[in-house]
Ligand binder design. Structure first.
Ligand code: AMP
Length: 552
């Protein structure tokens, strides 16, 4: 497939809003692609270069893209930056500038989809002193051989954001339709493989194998998530339940197989190098090959440390040994996904728990099974007294559903009005904070994952945190207009507030009254931020007489 054909297809999909029509288009294309092209095409559609389980990064930020483009069109970098500042849509600006380019190439080559992919892989692989230069050269090569439309999608791929509205669900259904396999089987294979590209390839080459896929060690799967709920509601729905402490730490997935070990964060980034002590503890606690789900907490002098400490420690790339001396990281494990090569996610939780207790000599999170709301209530209060966030209630016969935030795991914690939002921009500070960001623009998401701005936050950030945030955000700037900067939406803040108000200022239709920064949630992915539906529910709960409130 030519990259031009891929770009034309993306352009067409961008104008389609019906889900069914998108599925129709994709399912028509999939079978015509070769075995090499299909997985690449599927990942590209979703703005991905690597499988979802991979920690690999392209290592190509907006800054390098602007520079490569400036070179290709024979203009100053500032010309590119001003054009992006006045538009905000990098892909369209690249397209526009390529259209107007003065230095037409003497000859340009047709780019193949696989060739673009190979270049990206090469860009990701380069390391060492000259790596930026090499990445730049590859980007220049690609952009100078690209038509304006190809440039739109090349640049979006480089920034890993396609903006064509193709969600995972659409791809799964298109794979099912294109290769005539049941969508449930496609979904199941996707949960275990965590790479839609590979799932599509299997559907093409060996559909019968889809139902039998196993989770592969060192390819992390998405973590199962929880919803908020009530003890009484859960007991009424399920009777006997498992209750566990809800630890205030950081989620991990530990893999051990064939003498090798690794640990991954909730965002599936490999953390083995920053948590060697936790890896050693877990590895010594079992003689089996396993994939284990758990939470790591930080202890100092026998007491649990605040969550932020754990994240700082994880973020710190250097000085691991020093930090390990001061803070003791303690794993708590509560689920097992694979044991000695057997994938366990379809087994009931109660069975998985027995296997977990059998194979782990230590660190298994204590659990209570009960059908008494009073008993669970007192377990909850004891958990809070011990410094936990609350408890988790888990349905005993539930499978492990990777990536699912359903009603099988329910979190019970005190009502605190905090909300997770993604940071989309900022304003430069004033006075002694002029070289840092002063206030941050925050957004929630709608049902399609599109971001809707909701509020700004400036309160609650001390000088040390401001400096840390500057370091974190400085490479994520996409555009700048006067005092305002636009960021790649990549970082999640937990924000406290006094009240939710209706607003005509912000796209979400709501604003936070007295927003206050609580903490950085770098364990959370932007896809996990508050949805507009749950904001609406919060709003109605807050105005108890919400019955009078007209719907959105
Ligand atoms: P939340 O981040 O508020 O959506 O709550 C879900 C998170 O609680 C999970 O992602 C885990 O990081 C954490 N957690 C703490 N203790 C447990 C537990 N016993 N079982 C499952 N998740 C837990």
């Amino acid at each position: 497939m030519l990259f031009r054909e891929f770009a034309e297809l993306c352009d067409r999909l961008e104008t389609i809003s019906s889900r069914l029509a998108m599925i129709d288009v994709l399912s028509g294309v999939f079978p015509s692609l070769s075995e090499e092209e299909l997985p690449v095409f599927v990942r590209f559609m979703r703005g991905k270069i690597f499988p979802d389980w991979s920690s690999e990064k392209l290592g190509f930020g907006p800054g390098l893209l602007y520079e490569a483009l400036a070179y290709v069109i024979g203009k100053k970098r500032q010309v590119v930056i001003s054009a992006i500042n006045s538009s905000g849509d990098t892909g369209r600006v690249v397209e526009d500038l390529l259209e107007k380019r003065e230095q037409t190439m003497f000859f340009s080559e047709d780019l193949e989809l696989l060739e673009v992919h190979a270049r990206f892989l090469q860009m990701a692989k380069t390391s060492g002193r000259k790596s930026q230069q090499e990445r730049m050269r590859s980007a220049q090569y690609l952009l100078s051989n690209a038509s304006p439309l190809e440039g739109r999608y090349l640049s979006r791929l480089m920034l890993e954001e396609m903006r064509i509205g193709i969600g995972e669900g659409v791809v799964r259904e298109a794979v099912a339709k294109g290769f005539a396999v049941p969508v449930e089987i496609v979904e199941h294979a996707h949960q275990a493989l965590n790479d839609l590209g590979e799932v599509a390839l299997l559907a093409k080459t060996d559909p019968a194998a889809l139902a039998k896929v196993h989770i592969t060690p060192f390819r992390p799967v998405k973590m199962m998530l929880a919803q908020a709920g009530s003890i009484a509601g859960m007991v009424e729905a399920h009777g006997f339940l498992a209750a566990e402490n809800k630890y205030d730490g950081s989620r991990f997935q530990f893999h051990k197989a064939g003498g090798r070990t690794a640990i991954y964060s909730r965002r599936l980034e490999e953390m083995t190098a920053s948590l060697p002590d936790v890896v050693a503890l877990l590895s010594a606690a079992t003689d089996h090959d396993v994939i284990i789900d758990g939470e790591v907490i930080a202890m100092q002098n026998g007491k649990p440390m605040p969550f932020q400490t754990v994240l700082r420690r994880i973020r710190r790339k250097h000085g691991v040994t020093d930090a390990a001396d001061a803070i003791h990281m303690q794993p708590r494990v509560f689920d097992i996904l694979v044991c000695d090569g057997e994938t366990l996610i379809d087994r009931p939780f109660s069975e998985r728990r027995k296997i977990l207790e059998r194979v782990m000599k230590d660190f298994v999170a204590p659990q209570m099974v009960s059908d008494s709301p009073e008993e669970i209530e007192s377990y909850y209060h004891a958990a809070l007294d011990d410094g936990n966030e609350g408890i988790m209630l888990k349905v005993l016969d539930s499978p492990y559903l990777p990536g699912n935030r359903g009603k099988l795991w329910i979190k019970i914690k005190p009502e605190v009005d905090t909300i997770d939002l993604v940071v989309t921009g900022a304003e430069w500070g004033e006075g002694k904070r002029a070289k840092m960001f002063g206030s941050f623009l925050l957004a929630c998401q709608d049902e399609n994952g599109d971001l809707l701005e909701l509020s700004r936050v400036a309160t609650g950030i001390d000088d040390a945190m401001l400096a840390e945030l500057y370091e974190l955000f400085k490479d994520k700037i996409i555009a700048e207009h006067g005092k305002t900067v636009v960021f790649e939406p990549d970082v999640v803040f937990e924000v406290g507030y006094a009240e939710l108000q209706k607003s005509t200022t912000y796209a979400a239709g709501y604003a936070l009254r007295f927003p206050r920064f609580v903490r950085l949630r770098d364990d959370k992915d932007p896809s996990e931020v508050e949805t507009i539906d749950s904001l609406f529910r919060r709003y109605n709960m807050q105005n108890k007489a919400g019955i009078n409130e007209p719907g959105r």
